[in-house]
Design a protein around this ligand. Structure first.
Ligand code: FEO
Ligand code: CA
Ligand code: CA
Length: 747
C-alpha cells in the first residue's frame, strides 16, 4: 500500500506516510537519588495563578503573597528524581502537571516578535507572519544569555528558544484557523492565503527572560527572528554545486529557497541549532505526465521519496500566482533547459536535510548539511564528545518501513570547539565531511552500521537506480539504504544519547504495516527489532499492526562513535496497561505509565532523566497525548523472549526479541497530559534543570472547517481557555514548566 499525499489524505497525519516499496530483505532473520545544589523552598511568589496550570498544580500553588516575610534558608535536602505523583490519563482540555509544578503558556502561534507588529487577534484576520510566531511548534532548544544579554551557554535566567514550526492544522487545502472564514478548499488558492500559510512554516528564535519567578518572551529583542520557506539557505557538503540541485532559483546548485516541515531538532556540541526537514515532499505537486517528460532515473528517486506523478500538493500553493515563489512548488519538468536551471524539476533534491543555524547570530548563513543524507529527518543526536575522537550524529527517517542512520565526522573533537568564535564555520568542520551509515539489525541482538558510499559494491551495482557519485548517494540515501538491505523500522522518530553511558535511544512511533500475514510490498511481518503485530481497539475500531510503538536502544561496539557494530534491545513497548502482557504490554506498564506512539525523546543533560513525549491517535479515546519521565537502565538489562504468531497458512511464526528490564514505579512515570487534539513535543531546559520548555502542537486539530465560526464546536480552545491571548481559536504554543519549590524538573 503506497499512499501519496493525494487529496484524500490531506487532512490526515502527514507523518503517516510510507513510500518504501523496495523489495530488499527486511530481516526476519543515575541517578535515582541526588543532592540538589540548593533545593530549598523558595520564598518568592510562585508563578501567578495561572494560565495553564493543571488542576493538580492548582492546589499546590498558593498565592505567594508572603514573599517578603520569608527568608530563604539554603538547607540542602536530598533530591529524588521521579518523586512526583504521576499525572492520570485525561481527556480534559488543559495541560496537567503534577502537584507542586506550574505550567504556563509562553509563546503561541501568531505572537508578535517586534514592536511594529500588533498583538495577535486570533480571528483569522492577522497578517505579517514574518514577524510572528509560526504554527505547529515542534522541536526546540534553549540557548543561554548572560544578564547583560550576551551569549552564555550556562545562562539560566535569560536565553533564546529556537524552534521548528512544522506545519499547520488543515482541512483539505486550507490551514483553516489562519483565515477569517476558514479559507479556500479549491484551486486556485488566493495569493494572500498562500503567503500566510507559507510564512507560518520554518523556524523561529525568540528571547525569553525570567523576572522574579515569571518567564516571558521579550518583544522586539534583537535576537528575535523568523526563518521561512522563502529564506535563502545555503547547501553545504558533498551535494553543494551538484547537478541534482540545479534550479531556476540556484542555477549553480548552491542554495535553496527556505526550509519546510521542520520537525525534530538537535544541539551541536559547538552550540548551534540543528533542524530536521521531515514531510517536505507533500508540499510539492508533479504533473500527471511528468514521468514521460523526464524519461530518466529522477522518476525512480521521486517515487521513492513520495512524489509519484500526478501527486497533488498539500495546500495548492503552486496556484498562488505567476510569481516564481509560487512556481517553485511545482516539480514538473516544464523548462527547455538540459540542466533544470529554468524550472523546479530538481527542487525536491534541495529539501530533506539537517539544517544548521546559529541561533545567536542572524548574520551567519544557514546551511543544509547534505553529508548527513536526505530523508524525512527527525532529531539529530550527538555522541558524547571525547577529545581526539570522531563524533557521531544519530538520526532517523520517519516514514513507515524506513531506516535508522548515523553520520560519523572525519574531524576529531577538539575541546576548544565547545566555545567557538564562529559556530557555523565549526559546523563546516564537523558536518561537511564524514561517512553516512544505515543500521541493519540482526535477530540475535546485534547490528551493523553499513556505510552508504560507492565503495560498497551493493550500491555500485544496485539494479533499481544507478548512482553517479557520493552526492547522488546522499540525495538518494533511501535508495542506497535499500541497496544494502537495511532494516525497515516502525517509523523512527526522535533519538537521544544517554549521557550516562552513551547508549542511543530511538522512538519507533507506530506502524500500521506490520502484519503476521503480509501482502504486497509495503507490508512487513514482525521481526526481532519490530516484534509486535497486534490489534488495539479504539472504541469499536480495530487498529492493526504496531499501533502503540516502541523504543529501541543501541550500545555501540568497538570504536564507540565510529563503531560499525552494535548491540540492541527494546527499552519500552507502548501499550495500554490492560493489554495482554504476554503479547502487547510486554513492558508491564501500569496505569501511571501507559502510553502510545512515542515521538519526542530526549535525555536531560542536567538530571539524566529520559523524557518521552507522545504524538498519538491510538489511545486518544482514553487520554490526550502526554510526556513521561524515565530513568532507564542499559542495553541487555532485560531478557530474551519469543513471541509466537499463528499464520494464515496454519503455521507458527516465532519471533525472538530482547525486552529491556521492565520499569518500576520509580523508573517510569507520567508527568504531563496535554489539551485535546495536541501532540506533546520539544524538550529543552535551562542548564540548572529548573526550568523546562516544551511545545503543545496542534490542539484542536480535528476541528472541522465548517465549524470555524462557532467556537463552541472547536475541539479545543487551549490556550485561550487558560487565560492566554485573544480569541478562542486553538493555538500551538510553548509552555514553561517550573517546580514551585524551586527544584529541578522531574524531582
Ligand atoms: Fe513530525 Fe515524525 O514527526
Ligand atoms: Ca485502545
Ligand atoms: Ca515528531
Amino acid at each position: 500500500m503506497n499512499k501519496p499525499n493525494d487529496l484524500a489524505i490531506r487532512a490526515t497525519d502527514l507523518n503517516d506516510i510510507d513510500s518504501n516499496a523496495s523489495h530488499d530483505n527486511h530481516f526476519n532473520s543515575i541517578l535515582n537519588a541526588r543532592l540538589s545544589r540548593r533545593n530549598w523552598l523558595r520564598g518568592s511568589a510562585v508563578t501567578a495563578a495561572t494560565a495553564v496550570m493543571g488542576s493538580m498544580g492548582l492546589s499546590a500553588c498558593g498565592g505567594g503573597s508572603d514573599a517578603a516575610a520569608v527568608t530563604p534558608t539554603p538547607t540542602p535536602t536530598p533530591e529524588k528524581l521521579l518523586a512526583f505523583t504521576a499525572v492520570p490519563k485525561s481527556l480534559a482540555d488543559v495541560v496537567s502537571v503534577p502537584a507542586g509544578y506550574t505550567a504556563t503558556a509562553l509563546y503561541a502561534l501568531g505572537d508578535s516578535l517586534r514592536a511594529a507588529t500588533p498583538a495577535y487577534k486570533n480571528d483569522g484576520s492577522d497578517t505579517d507572519f514574518d514577524n510572528r510566531a509560526g504554527d505547529h511548534h515542534d522541536g526546540m532548544e534553549y540557548y543561554g544569555l548572560s544578564a547583560a544579554g550576551a551569549p552564555l551557554a550556562s545562562g539560566t535566567e535569560r536565553g533564546l528558544l529556537a524552534m521548528n514550526h512544522e506545519a499547520t492544522t488543515d482541512e483539505k487545502l486550507s490551514s483553516h484557523f489562519l483565515h477569517v472564514n476558514g479559507g479556500t478548499t479549491t484551486l486556485p488558492r488566493p495569493a494572500a492565503e498562500v503567503d500566510k500559510e507559507v510564512a507560518v512554516h520554518g523556524l523561529s528564535v525568540v528571547e525569553v527572560k525570567k523576572t522574579g519567578s515569571t518567564w516571558a518572551t521579550v518583544n522586539d529583542s534583537a535576537f528575535n527572528r523568523r526563518v521561512t520557506p522563502l529564506t535563502d539557505i545555503e547547501l553545504a557538503g558533498p551535494v553543494r554545486g551538484n547537478a541534482l540541485v540545479v534550479t531556476k532559483y540556484s542555477p549553480t546548485g548552491t542554495k535553496t529557497r527556505g526550509t519546510i516541515n521542520n520537525c525534530g531538532t538537535g544541539k551541536s556540541p559547538w552550540g548551534s541549532y540543528l533542524s530536521g526537514e521531515e514531510n517536505w515532499a507533500g508540499y510539492f505537486t508533479r504533473s500527471a505526465t511528468d514521468n514521460a517528460a523526464r524519461g530518466d532515473k529522477s522518476v525512480v528517486s521521486l517515487n521513492r521519496y513520495g512524489r509519484s506523478q500526478g501527486g497533488a500538493s498539500r495546500h495548492g500553493w503552486e496556484t498562488g500566482g505567476s510569481d516564481d515563489k509560487y512556481a517553485r512548488w511545482n516539480l514538473s519538468k516544464i523548462g527547455a533547459s538540459a540542466d533544470g536551471s529554468d524550472d523546479y524539476r530538481n527542487e525536491l533534491n534541495g529539501m530533506g536535510y539537517i539544517v544548521e543555524m546559529d541561533p545567536y547570530d542572524k548574520t551567519k548563513a544557514i546551511r543544509k548539511r547534505t553529508a548527513l543524507g536526505r530523508y524525512a529527518h527527525e532529531s539529530a543526536a550527538f555522541s558524547v564528545p571525547t577529545v581526539g575522537q570522531q563524533l557521531a550524529v544519530y538520526m532517523g527517517d520517519d516514514s513507515r518501513n524506513e531506516y535508522i542512520y548515523k553520520f560519523v565526522t572525519t574531524a576529531v573533537w577538539a575541546a576548544a570547539d565547545a566555545t567557538p568564535a564562529d559556530r557555523i564555520a565549526t559546523g563546516d568542520k564537523y558536518l561537511d565531511s564524514g561517512k553516512l551509515y544505515v543500521a541493519k539489525l540482526a535477530a540475535d541482538g546485534t547490528g551493523q552500521w553499513i556505510e552508504l558510499s560507492l565503495s560498497n559494491a551493493q550500491i555500485q551495482t544496485y539494479g533499481a537506480y544507478k548512482f553517479a557519485d557520493l552526492a547522488d548517494v546522499l540525495v538518494n540515501a533511501r535508495l542506497a539504504a535499500d541497496a544494502v538491505g537495511a532494516t525497515k523500522m516502525d517509523r523512527p522518530e526522535w533519538c537521544s544519547v544517554n549521557p550516562a553511558n552513551g547508549e542511543i535511544y530511538y522512538t519507533l512511533t507506530n506502524n500500521s504495516n506490520r502484519t503476521v500475514n503480509p501482502s504486497g510490498s509495503s507490508q512487513l511481518a514482525p521481526d526481532s527489532a519490530n516484534p509486535r503485530a497486534y490489534t488495539d481497539m479504539k472504541g469499536s475500531s480495530a487498529q492493526n499492526g504496531n499501533p502503540n510503538g516502541h523504543i529501541i536502544r543501541f550500545k555501540e561496539g568497538t570504536g564507540a562513535a565510529a563503531a560499525t557494530s552494535f548491540t540492541w534491545d527494546v527499552y519500552l513497548f507502548g501499550a495500554e496497561s490492560g493489554a495482554d502482557a504476554s503479547k502487547i504490554n510486554l513492558s508491564n506498564l501500569t496505569a501511571d505509565q501507559d502510553f502510545s506512539s512515542p515521538d519526542g525523546l530526549a535525555f536531560s543533560p542536567y538530571t539524566g532523566i529520559c523524557w518521552i513525549q507522545t504524538d498519538d491517535g491510538a489511545y486518544t479515546d482514553v487520554t490526550n497525548c502526554m510526556m513521561l519521565a524515565a530513568i532507564p537502565g542499559k542495553v541487555g538489562d532485560g531478557a530474551k523472549s519469543t513471541l509466537n504468531y499463528a499464520t494464515a497458512a496454519g503455521g507458527n511464526l516465532a519471533v525472538d526479541t530482547f525486552i529491556g528490564k521492565k520499569p518500576t514505579a520509580d523508573t517510569l512515570k507520567r508527568f504531563l497530559v496535554g489539551p485535546v487534539g495536541s501532540e506533546i513535543t520539544g524538550i529543552s531546559e535551562t542548564p540548572d534543570g529548573k526550568t523546562m520548555f516544551i511545545n503543545i502542537q496542534h490542539p484542536g486539530e480535528n476541528t472541522a472547517l465548517a465549524n470555524i465560526g462557532d467556537p463552541s464546536k472547536y475541539t479545543s480552545q487551549w490556550p485561550a481557555n487558560a487565560g492566554y491571548g485573544a480569541g478562542k481559536r486553538p493555538r500551538s504554543a510553548t509552555i514553561v514548566i517550573t517546580k514551585n519549590d524551586g527544584g529541578r524538573i522531574g524531582s
